[in-house]
Design a binder for this molecule. Structure first.
Ligand SMILES: [Zn+2]
Ligand SMILES: [Zn+2]
Length: 139
């Protein structure tokens, strides 16, 4: 049987590291304002994994950006690491930029495209969901 892929990653200073087993359920580019604020970037990319497949080494801090939401970050260096919500309690969304092999984490679609910054030109042909894939509407 094939060995399960083991992804590794972590923050800038190394105080928080993670392992994620298996394939990501999805990889998406997020344009929401909360991700902008959390990362300081003009967009964010996240990979969904079952929370049971993810293990943290170190002790990430969390911030509740909305009720039921936990945004993980390193309190030492400030790196934004992950997002978790009660809406998808079994999942954790690890930020692609924190993966050691982020080049292999190819996005499949855009989410919260309605909040996309107008001056950012995107030339890919990936589906652009107005909010989330479960809401279903593309723009
Ligand atoms: Zn750190
Ligand atoms: Zn977002």
């Amino acid at each position: 049987m094939a060995h399960e892929t083991e992804w590794t990653g972590g923050c800038m200073c190394g105080a928080v590291q993670f392992q994620a087993l298996g394939n990501a359920s999805w990889v998406a580019i997020c344009h929401c304002e909360s991700c902008r604020r959390h990362t300081g970037g003009i967009l964010n990319a996240a990979a969904g994994f079952p929370a049971a497949k993810v293990r943290f080494n170190g002790d990430p801090s969390t911030y509740a950006s909305s009720p039921g939401v936990r945004r993980y970050f390193c309190r030492v260096c400030g790196t934004s690491i992950a997002y978790q919500s009660e809406h998808w309690a079994e999942d954790i969304h690890l930020f692609v930029g924190t993966f050691d092999e982020c080049r292999k984490m190819k996005p499949e679609f855009h989410i919260f495209a309605e909040e996309h910054l107008d001056w950012l030109a995107i030339s890919d042909h990936l589906p652009r969901f107005r909010t989330t894939p479960s809401a279903g509407e593309t723009i």
